[in-house]
Design a protein around this ligand. Structure first.
Ligand SMILES: Cc1ncc(COP(=O)(O)O)c(C=O)c1O
Length: 390
């Protein structure tokens, strides 16, 4: 395993340990400074883009407040998310309704609150937008085949074939809407940068053919999220993504790009969080078993949903770690009475052989898709609490 310092510098780690020492587990500690840093880095690396934070990654109020103050826009999926950002003084003009699956009454609610930018990928949804949000800008989400190289794929469920996107752009115009642009999402934690190349090429084809054949001039590309957070599986640094994506855009669109929108979630808040858990039990299934089972008080139902299929492999450290500690393989499981609540069995984590009940296990990079994905009260285990370090 990579050493802890390659994820978090010593000084920050020490500050986190001091801050979390007396907190009851399980909990998540968010370092707001890390979010600020990440936001600025994305701004610097993609200076030609507008950032729409994908709120679902972490809708904690302190994070909304921070990003609203830093000038971020918001990519939202439901009326409750809209209420949340409006309550922090964000105007509807800074919001995009990015969910392609939505009720007519929810479209009306967004429109009433000043939102004028809507994603779509189907005829029926487009009709609803035309009725409930007349004259709005619509952007059409296309399918991209990227599932095998993204750790958390998003294809299949969202998007339509480019031929259908072409028809939807025409239908949008005919319904009195503004056919504004094309969107795609190459899959979350996308570790193959080349996936943006294919998606941008498909987008370019739509821009050109709609202009040439229908006199429809699209104005915007929404490149979604997909940028990485630091987990165990290696990913390129964001600088590499930025330079490659700029090259793809320039190859297809020349120097004069359309408006570019990014919707980072994971890459913006993932690295800010550390989930703190405690060992509930260490046991073996028979006297000669080589593997130990380590049961902790956090699991799939209270913060670690993205361990489903062992998709996201968080960097793990324990309170017993040291330079010369003796380790062996473990299976790691959560506290509930559900056998689905096994976090890692195929992927072999190693932990200190003297790990005991009451020791702490730290999950790094747990700022995204953790707290808000916890169940309400399964088995009586409350949703995980979040604390903030300035
Ligand atoms: C439409 C949309 N935009 C942005 C995101 C954020 O993606 P990521 O967390 O990979 O940055 C998602 C994630 O599911 C999404 O569905």
């Amino acid at each position: 395993m990579k050493d802890r310092e390659s994820y978090i510098p010593d000084e920050e780690w020490q500050r986190f340990l001091d801050f979390s020492r007396d907190l009851e587990t399980p909990c998540i500690v968010i370092n707001l400074e890390a979010i600020k840093r990440n936001y600025r880095e994305i701004q610097e690396l993609f200076p030609y883009s507008d950032i729409y934070y994908a709120l679902k990654a972490n809708p904690e109020k302190r994070i909304v407040q921070l990003l609203a103050e830093m000038g971020a826009n918001f990519d939202l999926a439901s009326p409750a998310e809209l209420d949340l950002v409006l309550s922090h003084g964000v105007d509807g003009s800074r919001v995009s309704y990015g969910n392609t699956i939505k009720k007519a009454k929810d479209i009306a609610y967004f429109y009433k609150n000043g939102v004028r930018m809507f994603a779509t990928d189907s005829k029926e949804d487009l009709k609803n937008i035309a009725v409930e949000a007349p004259g709005s800008r619509v952007y059409i989400r296309i399918l991209v085949e990227s599932a095998s190289t993204a750790d958390w794929p998003l294809s299949r469920k969202f998007g339509c074939h480019p031929d259908m996107a072409y028809d939807l752009a025409i239908a949008a115009r005919d319904h009195g809407l503004v056919p504004y642009g094309i969107s795609f999402h190459v899959g979350s934690q996308q570790r193959d940068i080349g996936q943006w190349d294919d998606a941008i090429a498909k987008t370019k084809y739509l821009f050109s053919s709609l202009e040439e054949d229908e006199d429809i001039k699209l104005q915007m590309i929404n490149m979604g999220g997909g940028f990485p957070a630091p987990y165990r599986q290696p990913a390129n640094p964001l600088t590499e993504y930025a330079s490659e994506i700029k090259r793809y855009l320039t190859d297809d669109f020349g120097d004069d790009f359309p408006r570019i929108v990014l919707e980072p979630g994971r890459s913006l808040v993932g690295s800010s969080g550390i989930l703190v858990s405690e060992v509930v039990l260490v046991s073996r299934k028979n006297n000669t078993a080589l593997n130990r089972w380590v049961y902790i008080d956090a699991g799939r139902y209270n913060g670690l949903l993205e361990t489903l299929d062992e998709a996201i492999k968080y960097p793990l450290f324990t309170s017993k770690d040291s330079a010369d500690v003796k380790e062996n393989e473990v299976i790691i499981a959560g506290p509930t009475c559900d056998s689905m609540d096994i976090l890692y069995e195929q992927h072999k984590y190693r932990m200190p052989v003297d790990l005991k009940i009451g020791d702490r296990v730290y999950f790094l990079s747990t700022g995204a898709y953790t707290g808000s994905c916890a169940s309400v009260n399964f088995n009586g285990f409350a949703p995980i609490k979040t604390y903030f370090m300035e």
